[in-house]
Design a protein around this ligand. Structure first.
Ligand SMILES: *Cc1c(COP(=O)(O)O)cnc(C)c1O
Length: 384
């Protein structure tokens, strides 16, 4: 359809094309100096000592859990409302996700719900024995309340691992996403603010963890072998190395991060203005939060939730791409069947999942397009 307003359009420019071309011509194609330069740029942005680039954020989360020893029979406390990978990686380690409901306004893991879950596990005597980590998500580019969540994780004696897939540059009381927990995991998929096609990275200040992560991504080879070691293979590893083409693209993309985030904030503020005082609720941003708007997610009125499919279709007919927010993970086929979850188990997520509507947002979007989308949404909702 001509004139379709896409949900997202990556910001790929001449310098991005040029650097990939040069890299291909160099003949050096996997994990080398360009990946290292990209890691340095991400570490500088997040403010951590280490950054370990990998193939995607799913691999990043999987490696982080493996590196801290999550295995069969273990438990990981995780948010309910996210891209499915956040729960999948726990299962891939042979462990069990213990879901924690979200805050109805920020869609992030609710500290009070986390506290209640930890208390009920303690009562069962499970905390010490099986609990291995708390895994919150910085949903849609807005950080969870990491201060409250990390103090609860500390009390439970387990690390916080941040799923910061959407949140590069986001802050909570000035602290960067990916710098608060033991590790942070980022995605550079084209739906995120900057992209390397597929791509991911882990950030951490922990030297030993960084060394393990570097081994895990590269066939289990110790990046800094002990003197006298006969071979480098110290653990069973994956191959989740990034290519040099991705690393090179990451370097040029990182230079645009501040510019892209500024544009997204400006356009989000314009949407906010259009929706203020209407039936459609704009995203809620607590004072502590620096939101980077990986997605601009509104809430439809409760009565409109059963008609959300029709809203998506009507917007499509007007040349506007839109989608749901993200997934109610406990109610997806696998988790629902395996653990017997039902509607009502996570009431806040039930409502958020039913009402959320994601609208187009990308750096090159015009203010006129924002106005057009907002007017169309209000029109479609009013006509329900
Ligand atoms: C996109 C996303 C991921 C997965 O990232 P990939 O790089 O596609 O593997 C994980 N968690 C969240 C919250 C995401 O939005």
């Amino acid at each position: 359809m001509s004139g379709l307003i896409r949900l997202t359009v990556p910001s790929i420019e001449e310098d991005d094309l040029q650097t990939v071309r040069e890299t291909l011509a160099s003949g050096f194609l996997v994990q080398g100096p360009r990946v290292k330069a990209f890691e340095d740029a991400v570490a500088a942005q997040v403010g951590t000592k280490h950054c370990v680039a990998v193939t995607n954020c799913t691999a990043a989360l999987h490696l982080a859990l493996q590196a801290i020893g999550v295995g069969p029979g273990d438990l990981v406390l995780v948010t309910t409302y996210s891209w499915i990978t956040t729960a999948n990686v726990i299962e891939l380690c042979g462990a069990q996700p213990v879901f924690v409901d979200v805050d109805p306004r920020t869609f992030n893991m609710d500290p009070a719900a986390l506290e209640a879950r930890v208390a009920s596990l303690s009562k069962l005597g499970e905390t010490r024995r099986r609990l291995k980590a708390v895994l919150p998500v910085h949903t849609f580019g807005q950080m969870a309340d990491v201060e409250a969540l990390s103090s609860i994780a500390d009390q439970a004696g387990v690390p916080l691992i941040e799923d910061a897939a959407c949140a590069l540059g986001a802050t909570w009381n000035g602290k960067q996403a990916g710098s608060v927990g033991l590790a942070g995991a980022f995605s550079f998929h084209p739906r995120k603010a900057i992209t390397t096609g597929e791509g991911g990275a882990l950030t951490t200040n922990d030297d030993a963890l960084a060394r393990t992560l570097r081994a895990l991504r590269n066939h289990g080879q110790d990046p800094t072998p002990e003197p006298g070691a006969t071979d480098p293979f110290v653990m069973p590893g994956h191959n989740t190395r990034m290519t040099e083409m991705q690393g090179a693209l990451g370097v040029t993309q990182m230079k645009k991060l501040a510019r892209i985030v500024a544009a997204r904030k400006r356009l989000a503020a314009r949407y906010d203005e259009r929706f203020r005082g209407t039936l459609v609720s704009p995203p809620h941003v607590p004072p502590a939060s620096g939101h980077v708007y990986q997605s601009y997610v509104t809430m439809l009125p409760t009565e409109a939730a059963p008609h959300r499919g029709a809203v998506l279709a009507k917007l499509k007919a007007r040349g506007i791409e839109s989608t749901i927010g993200t997934w109610h993970m406990p109610l997806t086929q696998y988790f629902r069947t395996k653990y017997g979850y039902r509607a009502g188990d996570f009431p806040v997520t039930d409502a958020v999942f039913a009402r959320a509507l994601t609208l187009p947002l990308f750096e090159s979007m015009t203010e006129a397009q924002v106005d057009e989308v907002a007017a169309a949404v209000l029109d479609v909702v009013a006509a329900l």
